[in-house]
Design a protein around this ligand. Sequence first.
Ligand code: BGC
Length: 742
Amino acid sequence: MSNHYNSTIHQPDYLNGEESVERRIDDLLTRLTPKEKIGQMTQLNVDMVNINPKSNYAYLDPNRARDVIRNYHIGSFLNGFAITAEEWHEFMEQLQRINLEESRLEIPLIYGIDHIHGASYLKGATIFPHAMNLSNTFDENFARQSGCITSTEAAALGHHWNFAPVLDIGRDPRWPRFYETFGEDPLVASRMGVAYVQGLQKQQTGPYRMAATAKHFIGYSTPLSGRDRSPVHIPMQFLHEFHRPSFQAAIDAGIKSVMVNSGELNGEAVHASYDLLTHLLRHQMGFQGVVVTDWADIIKLTAIDVLGYQQQHYHHVAKDEKEATLMAINAGIDIAMTPMSVDFAIYAHELVEEGLISEKRIDESVRRILRLKFDLGLFEHPLPSLTYVHTIGSIKHRQEALQAARESIVLLENKHDVLPLPQKTGKILLVGSIANSRMALNGGWTMEWQGGNESQYPESMPTLLEAMQTSFPNSEITHLEKTGSRGSKTNKEFRRVAAEADFIFAVVGEMPYCEFVGDINDLTLDVDQIATINAVQATKRPNGIILIEGRPRVVPPNLWDAADAVLFAGLPGFEGGTALAEIISGKVNPSARLGFSYPEHASHFTTYDHKATEKSTSKWAFGHGLSYTTWEYADLKLSKNTLNRVEELTATVTVSNTGKREGRHAVLWFITDEVGRITRPVKKLAHFEKITIPAGASRKITFTIHPSKHLSYPDASGATILETGRFILHCSNLSASFDLVE
Ligand code: BGC
């Protein structure tokens, strides 16, 4: 594509690609009016410029687009519909062209979207498992692929800015956004997050690229009530030790933006918190990129329900939107996702005129926003392109998503090795409507916000039922939606089919939901799902439970006990049905291990890294996951038994595949700090590595311990504590102790 600025004769510095980015920004800042600067800080929902806002279809209204860009100098839009690449291209090109015509200084628009697990607002795209599933793989290469493929498929279409990854950690299974997290462990979330950011932000499609967003900063994921956007209380020490690392790692890896937590943390609305958004995020953590608010979150600092949210999620800390605007800008936000009005731009300008916000403060934000636009190459290549459409949903991409799904499904239980089912299995019965649903395998953020529109899913995406038919070509696969109530026609039919079945799966879990819409009152699986499991088990036929769900739902213990096999499929995405069927048939040897603790009870749950005074009541522990082969660990050796703070220690262990088939296996290393001034978790994951070992073979695995990295922890101010004393290294059933000395 040609550079649309090339024809300019006396080119100002900011349009000169030969100049440094900082020089170009300096130049542009001298030319922009305060109103234009504030426009750069304003992000509108695409509905504001769509002809039919509720149509779930992009059809630009040029007049409305011209109006908001001409009069309010809007610098950014967001949101998606499940439309084709061609439709996106046309829409984005039209919008950007209008912007370039209306924007006095031709500053390109930046477009934000929630492509959460693959380009999920793009028809035909490759859809990956959700982050919760990726944590079960213990292989960050899948997170890298998820990011990389998302930007390959969508960056050139004008999707410049992706609102992913979620770096909140999943430590409360009730929270409806649990599946968006990389599980409960800070190290797993950090490594997965970094890999995703590297994959997504890598420039791989000519001049088109995408920025990633670390969200939702910070302390969003463990609300006391379990409900989305409800109060969270986290002691600062705990925040630094458990919630900060994933964000810190992404910042250190060069993530370009951060989105703010909509909720309150320790009594403070995060959008109004200078301490969190400036002191912690910028001064302590060193973030230099763009901070964007979450949806309408400046308005939600008030008590005024302009959005019609039945007063939910309002913080009541500002008397009106103007005061809220002042608070949020002073706290440190750069872009307001307003998103349904231009009031932010009006109030921010008034505040500057009145001297309540300095132009210097506005310049700081605009500098960061312009830097993002320059870094993405938008000034040189503002218009989208169809050059990369052939990659959308390509076989190569789908293979990556399939492999991710295969390695993300956890075999939790397999009594007497009932799985894999032999090909000669005559009749297999699947019970539960989820078994024939596409959307259930995908959850929220798929094709639309809630992910709950089955008609939007491509027919080429197999459901579990369809995938089972492919994997067991010689078996009779029957599907029944329900078991029916006793005595009913449905129940009679169920019993008839069940009596003849060689194996029955109760396919249970959750239908799609997203954010607060997925709030629950009870972590226990819904009654009708439990009734399905009960009815299946009452047949006394060999049976298993397949869990397709966005968070670990609890069932009464006797039901786990009566199941011959249990598979946690989570939300494995478009290829998930195939991956599940391949595991059931044995084509694939399962290798996933839980990236979170599966609770046994609905009212008591702990993470694996709980304190010594807490009782762990997990049904399946973090790291639990079975395979069709067997693993043995031996010869755990340390290079020395004492080390000082600047030395390192090397541990080795031999892992053997003692079964009959090749397998992938994640080796997890944990460290216990025996005595700490601040109470220590019983153990913490210090390192992990996933390897492939053929049947009968062994591998020697090495882990090098660096005291400052693996033996330290933060205090309440975030400063590092590194105490001498005894540590215990655990690898599977083996352990060895060593001392850190002066
Ligand atoms: C969510 C964010 C999302 C934003 C834009 C909000 O409701 O909390 O995660 O990026 O909407 O769609």
